[in-house]
Design a protein. Structure first.
Lengths: 374, 100
C-alpha cells in the first residue's frame, strides 16, 4: 500500500484554560471522563508510527492539562516521531518544560492572541499574557525549536506588523499566521471574526515586508483566508491521504474539523487498530480519490490540485459534503461566500469557548446556516 | 541563499535525518515537515557536518561511486544543498564565524 499517513494530530484533551472564540474544536467538547487513557494513547502512537506517521502534533484543548504528557512524549520519542507541542503555554512551569525536553520533544508552538496585552486577553477570554511570555523565554532557554502561532481575525489584523515583531523579539524560529477557519466554535462568532477586505489587502503587503526583514532569522508562514481566494485550499493534501487526527475520546478522523460532518461516523481507536481505520473505515474512504465528486469538480482539470477543497466547509455551508467547496469561483455556491464578504461588519461580540456550554445558536451554526442565495 | 563550492553546509540544528522502517527510506524531519530522501540525498546530508566544504563532499561521493565527471557531481550537490538552504534546513557554517 502506497498511501501512508505522514502526520498524526493527537488531540489529547478538550480541556483548556483559554476561551478563544476562534477555536476550531467542536462545540460539544469532550469531557475528561471520555478521554483516552495513557495506554490507549501509547497504542495509538505505536500503531500510527508503524503505519508510517512521522510527525506527531500533541494538541487539544490544552495538552499540558494531561498529567501523563511527559510519559506520552517519551514513548513517542522512542518510536522516532518528530514531536510538536501545540500549547497555550498557560500553566507551564520551567521544570515541566525541562522534563518535556528531556523526554524528547523537539518543537514547541505557543499560541499568542495579539501584540497588546489588553486585546490579547480579551480575545483569550482570560489572563494569559504574562504566562505566555514567561513560557516563551523558558522554551528559548531550554533550546526547543520554537514557533509562535497567531490566529488572525478582525480584532488583531491591524496589529499584524507588531505581532510579527513580537514573535521576532521572543526569538521564534517560525511564526504561523493563520487566518481564522470557520469550524466548531469559530462558526458562532464568524461575523465578529471575519476581516474586512481592506485588512486582507494590507496584510499581504505587511507580510511581504516582514519576510524580507526576518529572512534567515525567522520563517513566516502566512495563509491567506480562503474566502478571498479564487480556488479552494487543497485541504489536508486530499481527504485521508496524509493526515490522521485522533480526538480526545478516541475517534479517528481525516481532519480535526471532520466531526462536524454529521453524515459520517468515525471509528474509535478503542475498538479498532489505526491501520484498520486508515484502510477500511467508511469515514476515511468517503472522500478519497475522486469518485465521490460532483460537477464542477468531476470534470475539472484542477481536481487533483485542490481535491475539491474542504469537505467540512462544503458540508457546513451547503449541507452536502460532496459538493464543491463554495470558495471555488467555478461553482454557483460561491454566492454564499460572496454574501458573507459583502456584509457590513457588525460590532464585535464573541461566543467564548466553554466546556459544557452549547449556545443555542450553535445548533444552527454548526450545520448549515440559512444564508440567502442570490 | 545560494551556497558555493567552498560553503560548509550543516543541517539546521532542529532538523534531523532518520530511517523510516515503514517506507524503507531515509527521511528529513523538521518542525511541521518531513521530506523523503533518496539514497544519494541521504548520503549527501550525512556528509554535511559543517566541517567539509561542498567541494570535499562532492569529491567523497565521486570517489565512492567512481563517477565520471567530478564537475557534474559538484554541480548536483551544490544545487541540491542550495535548495535546502533556501528553505533554511541547511545552513552554511562559515569557518571564521563563532559556532552558533
Amino acid at each position: 500500500m502506497d498511501r501512508r499517513p505522514t502526520t498524526l494530530l493527537a488531540e489529547l484533551t478538550h480541556r483548556c484554560p483559554l476561551h478563544c472564540p476562534y477555536c476550531s474544536n467542536p462545540v460539544d467538547l469532550a469531557r475528561s471522563q471520555s478521554e483516552l487513557s495513557t495506554e490507549d494513547w501509547k497504542r495509538v502512537f505505536t500503531q500510527s508510527r508503524e503505519l508510517g506517521a512521522l510527525q506527531l502534533g500533541l494538541s487539544g484543548g490544552e495538552p499540558l492539562i494531561r498529567r501523563d504528557l511527559e510519559e506520552l512524549v517519551a514513548h513517542a520519542h522512542t518510536l522516532g516521531f518528530y514531536q510538536t507541542l501545540v500549547t497555550s503555554a498557560v500553566g507551564l512551569t520551567r521544570d515541566r518544560a525541562a522534563r518535556i525536553k528531556d523526554a524528547g520533544l523537539e518543537h514547541v508552538q505557543i499560541s499568542f492572541q495579539d501584540s497588546e496585552k489588553e486585546i490579547a486577553e480579551k480575545i483569550a477570554g482570560t489572563r494569559s499574557w504574562d504566562a505566555k511570555h514567561q513560557a516563551a523565554a523558558w522554551i528559548k532557554e531550554l533550546d526547543f525549536a520554537f514557533s509562535v502561532n497567531v490566529v488572525l481575525h478582525r480584532a488583531n489584523l491591524d496589529h499584524l506588523a507588531e505581532i510579527i515583531d513580537m514573535a521576532g523579539a521572543l526569538g521564534a524560529d517560525r511564526i504561523e499566521l493563520a487566518n481564522t477557519q470557520y469550524y466548531g466554535w469559530a462558526v458562532l462568532s464568524r461575523e465578529s471574526l471575519m476581516p474586512t477586505r481592506d485588512q486582507i489587502v494590507r496584510s499581504e503587503a505587511i507580510v511581504d515586508r516582514a519576510v524580507e526583514k526576518y529572512r534567515g532569522k525567522m520563517q513566516i508562514i502566512y495563509v491567506l483566508p480562503d474566502y478571498y481566494s479564487e480556488f479552494p485550499k487543497p485541504c489536508q493534501g486530499g481527504w485521508g491521504n496524509f493526515y490522521l487526527v485522533v480526538a480526545p475520546d478516541g475517534r479517528v478522523m481525516p481532519c480535526h474539523a471532520a466531526s462536524q460532518i454529521t453524515t459520517l461516523s468515525f471509528d474509535n481507536a478503542r475498538d479498532h487498530s489505526i491501520r484498520h481505520i486508515w484502510e477500511e473505515s467508511s469515514a476515511f474512504k468517503a472522500y478519497r480519490g475522486d469518485d465521490w465528486m460532483q460537477e464542477p469538480c468531476r470534470s475539472c482539470p484542477r481536481k487533483h490540485v485542490d481535491f475539491g477543497g474542504c469537505r467540512c466547509q462544503a458540508f457546513a455551508l451547503t449541507g452536502d459534503a460532496t459538493r464543491t467547496d463554495p470558495v471555488c469561483t467555478l461553482t454557483s455556491d460561491r454566492a454564499i461566500i460572496d454574501a458573507m464578504l459583502d456584509g457590513t461588519p457588525p460590532p464585535i461580540t464573541y461566543a467564548y469557548r466553554e466546556m459544557g456550554r452549547i449556545p443555542a445558536t450553535a445548533m444552527a451554526g454548526a450545520t448549515a446556516p440559512s444564508i440567502d442565495r442570490e | 541563499m545560494a551556497l558555493t563550492s567552498s560553503s560548509r553546509p550543516k543541517l539546521w540544528k532542529f532538523a534531523r535525518v532518520q530511517f523510516d522502517d515503514a517506507r524503507q527510506r531515509s527521511v528529513l524531519q523538521y518542525p511541521e515537515g518531513a521530506v523523503l530522501l533518496n539514497d544519494t540525498a541521504a548520503e549527501i546530508l550525512a556528509l554535511c557536518d559543517g566541517e567539509r566544504t561542498i567541494e570535499e563532499i562532492a569529491a567523497t561521493l565521486n570517489q565512492r561511486y567512481d563517477a565520471d565527471v567530478l564537475a557534474d557531481v559538484l554541480a548536483d550537490v551544490q544545487t541540491y544543498l542550495s535548495e535546502l538552504a533556501d528553505r533554511e534546513l541547511v545552513r552554511d557554517e562559515m569557518p571564521s564565524s563563532p559556532v552558533g
